[in-house]
Design a protein around this ligand. Structure first.
Ligand SMILES: C[S@@+](CC[C@H](N)C(=O)[O-])C[C@H]1O[C@@H](n2cnc3c(N)ncnc32)[C@H](O)[C@@H]1O
Length: 226
């Protein structure tokens, strides 16, 4: 199986089931994010998610897991973990057939090298404690196979949300100091998208300006010798 064509993720593209339930703001933000993610995966030689062992760290309600299934991941090779048991229970009800576990990212219950690809999407910023972040980063790398890819998507600025702590590019690089890290700025800041009513044409134009982008998308490649 291969990816659903990247065009399906482009903001303003014809509606697909994955994004249909979202309001205009969230639809734009998710489509734009997914377009950047699919581009990143292809850049790293991943043309298909089928057959890959995939872990999402901090899967929340399963939104990204659904996205990965949509883009070709195998349900039985895709695992989501989250520290919040009620959240995992909710995600499990919506994703029968996808293994989910209540676990702390800072102490993952998997063997070294168990996964080909891992995702940490807006989960590191939910860890306020620096030590917990560092351990989660180290653990996620540990369970990734040598040469495997970790995709991190998170915000570097979010002054309004006091339950989170932003992740700056330098910190991201320091968390994964032993690995190759490629960081880009993505996602037109959601308050701006909302102010524009999520209109794809307008949002797309403003998104070309890097300083209006609120999120980081990083590829972390685990060294083969690690
Ligand atoms: C903002 S949500 C992101 C959910 C999902 N990744 C997404 O993109 O839709 C952040 C999640 O990280 C989880 N989380 C925070 N600290 C964690 C930890 N130490 N281990 C595992 N999950 C954690 C939270 O419970 C929450 O569900």
């Amino acid at each position: 199986m291969s990816f659903v064509p990247v065009a399906a993720a482009q903001p303003g593209a014809p509606e697909t089931g994955l994004y249909a339930h979202l309001d205009a703001t969230d639809r734009y933000v998710h489509q734009s994010r997914d377009e950047a993610l699919l581009t990143l995966l292809r850049r790293h030689g991943i043309e298909t998610l089928a057959g890959l062992r995939i872990l999402e760290v901090g899967c929340g309600g399963g939104s990204l897991l659904r996205t990965l299934l949509h883009y070709g991941a195998d349900g039985d090779r895709l695992i989501g973990i989250d520290i919040a048991s009620a959240t995992v229970a909710g995600a499990g009800a919506a994703l029968p057939g996808t293994p989910l576990a209540v676990a702390n990212a800072a102490a993952l219950p998997y063997r070294d090298g168990s996964f080909d690809v891992a995702f940490a999407f807006t989960s590191l910023t939910s860890m306020l404690d620096q030590r917990e972040r560092e351990q989660a980063a180290a653990e996620t790398l540990r369970v990734l196979r040598p040469g495997g890819l970790l995709a991190v998507y998170d915000f570097w600025v979010n002054p309004l949300n006091r339950t989170t702590r932003s992740l700056r590019p330098n910190e991201l690089r320091a968390l994964f100091a032993g690995s190759r890290v490629e960081v880009e700025r993505v996602t037109l800041a959601p308050p701006i998208v909302r102010a524009l009513g999520g209109r794809p044409g307008l949002c797309r134009r403003l998104e070309r300006l890097p300083w209006l982008r609120s999120h980081l998308l990083a590829a972390v490649i685990k060294e083969r010798a690690q």
